[in-house]
Write a new protein. Structure first.
Length: 223
């Protein structure tokens, strides 16, 4: 597997994840993943112990992975090479101090040029999907905030910039469905327009590494 590398030094590697590739194995899966690429390209990242156990009983080490992107979501993915940087980055992601910027093509005409969605998310007891204020939720709802900026209005669709202020699972997909403008191709979250993929792209990531600001940009969009 070949994945473009945006940046690499002794502390991190930043890749431009293609759409259609999963970050790591999931239950009973056997397909190639980003993790396979990392084993070949940066084996030292797996000196970091970061294990998860899948439902099929496999225990896998994620190494320096500090965040993930959905299968269909393309764009910037950051991986630590050292234990100290891994801990530094993991803390930033946990406290939502990382600045993430996404591009999304959504259905319909988004009226407001700039807006903020402040709507808590959770899952109900019979559905895997994240929902705003679901009925019969599993546990407490989690605060979720997304800034939305219109970049271009097209016929029946709008290109928007999305900045999640919190890092909830499927936050952008659920929030855009709640807004009435599901992401094109995201059938699970209400899209009626067929597409080869979900039109969501992680375009930029801003973090601190050893107390210094660092910004990484994807060179692609909806690839």
């Amino acid at each position: 597997m070949i994945i473009p590398v945006i940046f690499e030094d002794n502390d991190i590697v930043v890749i431009d994840k293609p759409s259609g590739v999963v970050v790591h194995p999931f239950d009973f899966s056997q397909e190639d993943t980003v993790l396979d690429f990392l084993h070949e390209h940066v084996p030292q990242t797996f000196e970091i112990k970061n294990e998860i156990t899948l439902q099929d009983g496999r225990t896998i080490n994620l190494g320096g992975l500090v965040h993930k992107l959905d299968r269909d979501t393309s764009g910037v993915l950051l991986v630590a090479k050292t234990e100290s940087v891994f801990k530094e980055l993991r803390e930033q992601f946990a406290h939502h101090s990382v600045q993430k910027t996404y591009l999304a093509l959504v259905e319909g005409n988004v009226k407001e040029d700039v807006s903020t969605i402040h709507a808590p998310l959770g899952r109900n007891k019979k559905d895997y999907k994240q929902k705003v204020n679901p009925e019969n939720p599993r546990g407490e709802l989690k605060e979720a905030i997304t800034d939305v900026k219109v970049l271009e209005r097209k016929e029946h669709m709008t290109l928007v910039e999305l900045k999640p202020k919190t890092g909830r699972t499927h936050q952008l997909r659920a929030h855009m469905e709640y807004m009435g403008h599901p992401i094109v191709g995201d059938i699970a979250y209400g899209s009626k327009i067929k597409a080869e993929r979900i039109m969501l792209h992680a375009s930029k990531l801003c973090v601190k590494i050893k107390e210094k600001e660092a910004e990484f940009k994807s060179s692609t969009s909806f690839s």
